[in-house]
Design a protein around this ligand. Structure first.
Ligand SMILES: [Mg+2]
Length: 101
């Protein structure tokens, strides 16, 4: 699966979520939602690294929660890029992959 394919699937999920929950995703919603997801990621990271509440979860469940929050952050980054017509593949080439040459 390439990034464009992933973005398409994530956009469909986000569209369904917004419709189901009656959420108006205006221009700054995308970055605000990303900030919310980063907060959830940090909360789960603290649990994952033994510095947060375990909430009666097993280590495996805590690791899965951490992975799921990473997925939320990646999803929101891709939605934010798409909303602002940013080609994330081009940006990765420009910002990261230039160091591979
Ligand atoms: Mg989340």
């Amino acid at each position: 699966m390439d990034i464009q394919e992933i973005q398409k699937k994530i956009a469909t999920v986000s569209d369904n979520y917004a419709k189901h929950c009656s959420i108006n995703r205006d221009d700054d919603w995308y970055i605000l939602k990303l900030q919310e997801e980063i907060g959830e990621l940090v909360q789960n990271y603290l649990s994952f690294t033994g510095r947060g509440r375990k909430r009666e979860k097993t280590d495996e469940e805590i690791k899965t929660d951490f992975a799921n929050e990473l997925a939320d952050v990646v999803g929101q980054v891709l939605l934010l890029a798409q909303h602002h017509n940013i080609n994330i593949e081009e940006a990765l080439e420009r910002k990261w992959f230039k160091y591979l040459k």
